[in-house]
Design a protein around this ligand. Structure first.
Ligand code: MN
Length: 328
């Protein structure tokens, strides 16, 4: 019953205040953007004043979501607020926003790596997306789920479940999706906007990543350099989902996608389709996430990063040297 208490603590904190800021983690994904927008719509209906803020800009595929242009990109939160609502953050730092220290914070998260860092904390690791929690919040707030809100929440659920592919997707996930469709979300339109609007640059980047695909036993890894990003004219968001080509290989249990950053560090995306918990792997390198999808950032260069992550994965996967086989 703790979680029901937590949702009520969040509701009471919202009822008590008038002016709110809502943010999510840096490099926002579909759940972060969709849930922020829906949260704003809830606050709007409750007669509250609010600002939606993000350290990074809204990824291209989410720009057509209702009210997406109301999300303000800023490195620092200024102004007076009664509370700041953080979605999917395990700390203030995860938002990358400056100016959060000392403010009244409300934390809504569904990650295994979620932490009680805020003044009010509501963490449900069973939720398939933080959007599911925002939907529950809408229900107990008594606000109406509009077609616009349903569109934002459906987009969040669709993307955070890997288009209903990840484990944890169950009858309840489809009940939630069904509710959202009944309330005005258009599945075909949302799927088209989300998955069928790739820029050509992303496909060029995929080519670069696939030419760097390697395999050892149940582990696959691939990378792109900063130069690949420049050469193909790709943006950070074009890296989204490339790791799925590695985890999609038969016999692969864990996949790593590495992207060299401008400052030489390397951003890792980890995926698992077996029993290995990649949230634990990411956490041991200072990152976080879910059992089947996580991320972290290591010091480069790519060969060193590859050696470090592979050493770790060989250990936790128990992959033997006899099992080695390389592609290409
Ligand atoms: Mn999420």
């Amino acid at each position: 019953m703790q979680q029901r208490n937590d949702i009520h603590a969040v509701l009471h904190a919202i009822e008590r205040g008038q002016r709110f800021a809502v943010t999510a983690h840096a490099r926002p994904d579909g759940d972060a953007i969709g849930s922020m927008l829906a949260c704003g719509m809830i606050l709007e209906q409750m007669g509250k004043d609010f600002d939606l803020v993000s350290f990074d800009r809204v990824p291209r595929i989410y720009k057509e979501l209702p009210c997406a242009d109301s999300i303000r990109q800023t490195p620092i939160l200024e102004g007076e607020y009664d509370a700041v609502i953080l979605l999917e953050c395990d700390s203030i730092e995860r938002s990358r926003l400056a100016g959060l220290e000392g403010r009244f914070l409300i934390n809504i998260d569904h990650h295994l790596s979620g932490k009680n860092f805020a003044d009010v904390n509501w963490i449900e690791t069973e939720a398939c997306a933080v959007a599911e929690m925002v939907y529950d919040l809408a229900a107990i707030s008594g606000v109406q789920v509009t077609p616009e809100m349903a569109t934002c929440l459906y987009t969040a659920v669709l993307t955070d479940t890997g288009a209903f592919c990840y484990s944890g997707t169950d009858a309840h996930t489809f009940e939630l999706a069904s509710d959202l469709v009944r309330q005005g979300a258009d599945p075909a339109l949302i799927a088209r906007r989300t998955y069928f609007t790739n820029p050509a640059a992303k496909m060029m980047l995929l080519g670069a990543a696939l030419s760097n695909l390697h395999r050892e036993g149940g582990i696959a890894w691939m990378w792109i350099t900063y130069d690949d990003m420049l050469r193909t004219g790709s943006q950070e968001e074009d890296c989204e989902g490339l790791v799925n080509y590695a985890i999609g290989i038969a016999g692969i249990e864990v996949a790593v996608f590495m992207r060299e950053l401008e400052d030489g560090r390397v951003r890792l995306s980890l995926r698992s389709k077996g029993t290995l918990n990649v949230a634990n792997v990411a956490e041991s390198f200072g990152g976080g996430g879910h059992q089947h999808a996580s991320g972290c950032t290591l010091d480069g260069p790519i060969p060193d990063t590859t050696a470090r992550i592979l050493d770790h994965l060989r250990l936790v996967c128990g992959v033997t040297l006899d099992n080695r086989a390389a592609i290409g």
